[in-house]
Design a protein around this ligand. Structure first.
Ligand SMILES: [Zn+2]
Length: 200
């Protein structure tokens, strides 16, 4: 994939869709191979724990950008961004469970500053920090129904925005409290409104 080389140096993603707790589950230290454990499997180190997050939501799909591919822009996340995306993957996993394990379509996760600019994202977008995900779940319902289900759950999100065709979920930076701020944005030009506004 041009512009979305998400593989960290020295790490080879393997079966990222393996779900822990199922018959097919494998120890998560096998999710990534490194040159050091290629021949000698070892217990995961603290630094590897973030990869446990990428179970149903892979690093690849949280970094994929059609605009980056089309325009040849770099969308490679740093190690810090990958750690943040791990937090997003955990929240998304909780959301998927809340939606009855219905399929979720990720529209956009991480966006580098230049990719964010290319798609018209806001300047200080949480997407640029790997702390947000835009998604929909037509199998569950409309974006309004998805947003309401999340608002009525105990899921820890920092910001939830009902947008025009999808739901944006932002996750708090490490060490920050989740604000559980809920907004609606009816169109690219519209101002943010508080709460979930049906009919948007
Ligand atoms: Zn977003």
């Amino acid at each position: 994939m041009v512009g979305c080389a998400v593989r960290p140096t020295g790490l080879k993603p393997l079966s990222l869709r393996v779900r822990i707790g199922t018959a097919e589950a494998v120890p998560f230290h096998n999710i990534y191979e490194t040159s050091s454990n290629w021949a000698r499997p070892q217990l995961p180190t603290r630094g590897q724990l973030i990869h446990e997050s990428f179970r149903a939501f892979t690093l690849e799909e949280l970094c994929f950008s059609e605009a980056a591919e089309r325009l040849g822009l770099d969308n490679t996340p740093s190690a810090a961004i990958i750690a943040n995306l791990g937090r997003v993957a955990e929240v998304m996993e909780a959301i998927r469970a809340r939606l009855g394990d219905k399929a979720i379509v990720v529209h956009s996760g991480y966006r580098s500053v230049e990719v964010n600019r290319a798609v018209g994202g806001v300047g200080a977008s949480a997407h640029c920090l790997g702390l947000a995900c835009d998604f929909a779940s037509p199998a569950f319902g409309t974006p309004v129904e998805v947003a309401l289900a999340i608002v009525r759950s105990g899921i820890e999100y920092d910001q939830l925005i009902l947008e025009y065709g999808w739901v944006h979920v932002g996750v708090a930076s490490p060490g920050m409290l989740s604000r559980r701020e809920v907004l609606t944005k009816r169109s690219p030009q519209a101002a943010y409104e508080w709460g979930i506004r049906a009919g948007s």
